[in-house]
Design a binder for this molecule. Structure first.
Ligand code: B3K
Ligand code: ZN
Length: 889
């Protein structure tokens, strides 16, 4: 441990800064083995504040320090591993510092570091302190001037935030550029890039007629992969003007792609830095999933320009203020650009499988956490995705128009400020006149509320009583949860369709078939009148609240929802609940019977869905093919694991496969018909929602045919692998062959080798190739995973490679990772320890699956715990990994 026991930081201890930095002048001299950073900070003491100035700094060599140009003697300041303190200071002064740093040795990828041949930065949350001494906190906002000096041949492109104001040639083949960012910002939004880059350039004319230069910088080898991101950027700029009234505010907007990056991308003011996997895309090397995520991430980072940069966070406990809101914004953007229902289902899958797991594990925390040891550990699904769900509920409660008024008020009132979640909610409360006090529980209580619903129909009174009970299990920071305000969007379905919803005596002349009930009590009843027949309720339409809900549906009830509901999300959800119920029955019977029953009603349901799809593809009817494909997909093993503890890893795998095999065998001919019709399409490649849906459904059919061990199906798959003109089809075919075993497939090694030879020069495609192998569902997968670590396509310092192999193995290969022997856990612990020594943030992310140990059976609990204990015994463990491991033991 760096520190014997790293201590926690608490929200309740927040104090405003004693000093402000009105102007920050930085000058970087970049060399091959070090960099010099000269800073001039124009500072003022806050009126009434006393005490020394304490600047944050980490891994810095202090070369010189002066106040108002007078060098300080060593007696006038103190330096330790985390700070520089100066006691005697006037109220207004300029502090000058020079620090020496080693970007070339920075494997943590925080602060200024080297990615391949370029220099780049990552400062959020606390990386700026690795560049120079500073008040590294988001409520210190400053105007930045940045000068960069470097070798002109190696680094012809030198970038920073804001506008370029000067460029000069210097002796010794060096050059200098100066940038100025007129918008005050916290240092976490600072960025610098130096490299041999080329750019794709374009322009965007804003709603008020200003022309903005758009530039995407990449290495020469990637220039043919920038068009898609550029189009996404322009769409995002337009959407933010139209939907939120937000216009861009500088003359230039730049994106830079870098290969070594800890997360997806970073919203630095005017200079977004992207993991190359989240910005580069083209037909032959990019899957549809990647295309959609590039579009979403480009939008997300762009939208931060207002929700995050112009209005930023007061402290890191407010992280969801910018992240939850921006995720909600990007989700709505993606929904507008593509299929709204499919986007919603995708997000719900992440919530249910991953966020719910986080919320019921040892790292459970509220959307606004009350404390942290290492803030990097709180860039979580709870802060991001649940935070977005909470904003979505505000949007639902207020309606689009009032929500827009609220966001306008929030942006105008707090422009240029660093604020809290409370200020955001207050703006929403003010425009709507609503009281949000109970709603704040969503921000302050951790854990997933569980909602149990029961319906009682009284045929003589023609009433339907819906009883709703809510409960939330205790979590460490809150033992006694208060009830939430839960928006429950719902409808009632009769045998032939939606029934009108009359609540109590309110006989609404409009005969609404959809309502949003507001559940506020621990137990509450809603009485519907004039209900002519016994209904099936359609509940939590569009997933109107991030809760686990339970209603005792029969398979016939679910079939009614699948067939009749107006809400696409509920149709999908019913298909999943039907599959879960059938899989659970197989699981229950497995112990006694070698051939457990697969209820034929799921086969009938899937058969009807396939007919619906065939009819739509033939052009006879309209249907959302992507939605139908999702309804034909069984819930993932990861989601099934979330539903019952202890997790029966093998049981889930075999029961799910048994159902899948029954379906594939029974419906083989329909899958074949559909595949042939979809593969036949002669239309040109495109990435619009309809084309993506067709490819998705086509590959689902192919998977079913190969799963059914259909010889002709296997041939179709091999042919698709050879002839595909896009990566979605090529990679799907490879994955299907590698993930299945049947006599017609034979040895898959030649297919993997051919793919490798074809794509080895493209590192992003190689990540997919690694991931396909790391996720091969087999109890002996560990052997291939450890050999991948020695493969030339792997690089232990590159986060994308670590995620592709280790992340995929632990999160996407339950049967391999959780192998009974415990070998997967031991291997993993050693990997986490090795990665932690180089890159603590990545190590802390990787370790997450082990922290779920309490959800497993006793034998696995023991081995998983041992693996965690082994990690915890490491002498120089980072704060990042220490926090996660110590909280989970
Ligand atoms: N704000 C960054 C995330 C920074 C993570 C730092 N460990 C990207 C984003 O959410 O847009
Ligand atoms: Zn973000």
């Amino acid at each position: 441990m760096k520190d014997a026991q790293p201590s926690a930081i608490f929200l309740q201890d927040y104090k405003a800064p004693s000093f402000i930095i009105s102007r920050t002048e930085l000058s970087f001299e970049l060399f091959e083995d070090h960099a010099l950073v000269h800073s001039q900070l124009h500072m003022q003491r806050d009126a009434g504040a006393a005490g020394p100035l304490v600047l944050d700094g980490q891994d810095l060599e202090l070369v010189s320090v002066a106040v108002n140009d007078v060098p300080l003697t060593s007696a006038q300041y103190t330096v330790d591993a985390e700070s520089l303190s100066i006691a005697e200071l006037p109220d207004t002064f300029v502090l000058s510092c020079t620090t020496r740093i080693k970007p070339q040795e920075n494997t943590a990828l925080e602060g200024l570091y080297r990615s391949q041949k370029m220099f780049c930065t990552q400062c959020e949350a606390e990386g700026f302190r690795r560049i120079t001494y500073y008040l590294d906190r988001p409520d210190v906002m400053s105007e930045f001037f940045t000068e960069i000096v470097a070798d002109k041949g190696k680094y012809p492109v030198l970038l920073s935030n804001g506008n370029l104001i000067e460029q000069n040639e210097l002796p010794d083949n060096r050059h200098q550029v100066k940038w100025h960012d007129p918008h005050k910002k916290p240092c976490y939004l600072f960025a610098l890039v130096a490299g041999d880059l080329v750019s794709l350039d374009d322009t965007f004319t804003t709603v008020s007629g200003r022309s903005v230069v758009l530039r995407i910088f990449v290495e020469q080898k990637d220039i043919h992969k920038c068009d898609y991101a550029m189009a996404a950027l322009k769409k995002s700029m337009k959407w933010d003007e139209e939907v939120y009234g937000r216009e861009y505010d500088l003359d230039i907007f730049m994106i830079v792609a870098v290969d070594d990056f800890n997360m997806g991308a970073m919203e630095n003011k005017g200079l977004n830095i992207f993991n190359s996997s989240c910005v580069l895309a083209n037909q032959v090397s990019t899957t549809d999933d990647n295309f959609l995520s590039v579009e979403a991430i480009v939008a997300h980072e762009y939208f931060h320009n207002w929700s995050g940069n112009r209005v930023t966070c007061r402290d890191w406990f407010q992280l969801s203020l910018k992240e939850g809101f921006t995720v909600f914004r990007d989700a709505e953007f993606s929904a507008d650009m593509n299929s709204r229902t499919v986007k919603r289902i995708e997000d719900v899958k992440v919530m249910r499988t991953n966020q719910f797991a986080e919320d019921s594990g040892p790292m459970a925390h509220p959307v606004q956490p009350p404390s942290y040891i290492e803030i990097s550990n709180f860039y979580t699904l709870t802060v991001y995705e649940k935070g977005a769900e909470v904003v979505r509920m505000i949007h639902q409660l207020l309606g689009a128009e009032a929500f827009r008024k609220g966001s306008d008020l929030y942006f105008s009132r707090h422009d240029g400020q660093a604020v809290t979640i409370k200020e955001f909610v207050s703006a929403m409360a003010e425009v709507s006149g609503r009281d949000f006090s109970q709603f704040m529980n969503w921000y302050q209580q951790a854990g997933t509320p569980e909602v149990a619903l029961k319906g009682e129909y009284d045929p003589s009174a023609q009433t339907y009583k819906l009883t709703v009970k809510q409960h939330c299990r205790p979590t460490p920071e809150c033992k006694d949860k208060k009830p939430y305000l839960i928006p429950l969007a719902m409808g009632l379905l009769g045998a032939n369709g939606a029934l009108p919803l009359y609540l109590g005596d309110d006989l609404d002349a409009e005969k609404p078939t959809h309502r949003v009930l507001e559940v506020t009590e621990a137990e509450q009843q809603f009485l519907f009148t004039q209900v002519a027949e016994e209904p099936v309720p359609s509940l939590f339409r569009n997933f109107s609240a991030p809760v686990k809900y339970q209603y005792n549906y029969s398979l016939d009830d679910l079939q009614r929802i699948i067939t009749l509901d107006e809400d696409g999300f509920c149709r999908w959800d019913a298909s999943q609940q039907m599959a879960i119920s059938v899989i659970h029955r197989v699981l229950a019977e497995m112990a006694e019977s070698p051939a457990p029953t697969v209820d034929s009603r799921i086969i009938d349901a899937h058969s009807a869905l396939l007919d619906e799809a065939i009819s739509a593809v033939t052009g006879n009817t309209e249907a959302d093919l992507h939605l139908l494909a999702y309804m034909l997909s069984l819930p993932s093993e990861g989601y099934l694991a979330e539903l019952k503890t202890p997790i029966d890893v093998e049981g889930i795998h075999f029961a799910r496969n048994r159902v899948k095999r029954k379906l594939a065998a029974a419906l083989k001919e329909k899958y074949r018909t559909l595949y042939v019709k979809l593969a036949d399409a002669t239309t040109e490649f495109s990435v619009d929602a309809a084309a993506i849906a067709r490819r998705y459904l086509k590959n689902l059919c192919l998977d079913a045919l190969v799963f059914a061990a259909d010889e002709a199906g296997v041939e179709l798959c091999k042919a698709q692998l050879h002839h595909a003109n896009n990566m979605t089809d090529e990679l799907s075919a490879l994955r299907i062959l590698v993930h299945n075993t049947n006599p017609f497939i034979g040895d898959v090694a030649p297919y993997l080798e051919a793919f490798y030879q074809k794509w080895k020069a493209d590192s992003l495609v190689m990540n997919k190739w690694l991931a396909v192998q790391a996720s091969r569902p087999a109890a002996d997968a560990l052997a291939s995973v450890s050999s991948l670590l020695k493969h030339p396509a792997f690089d232990k310092n590159n986060p994308n490679k670590l995620r592709a192999v280790l992340g995929t193995f632990a999160n996407g290969n339950p049967i391999g990772f959780h192998a009974r022997s415990g070998a997967g856990y031991e291997f993993f612990a050693d990997q986490v320890i090795a990665v932690d020594a180089r890159n603590p943030q990545i190590a802390a992310r990787l370790v997450a699956p082990l922290t779920q140990w309490k959800k497993h059976d006793e034998q696995r609990q023991g081995v998983m715990r041992n693996a965690l204990e082994k990690i915890s015994r490491v002498e120089k463990l980072s704060k990042d990994v220490y926090e996660i491991v110590s909280k989970s033991l």
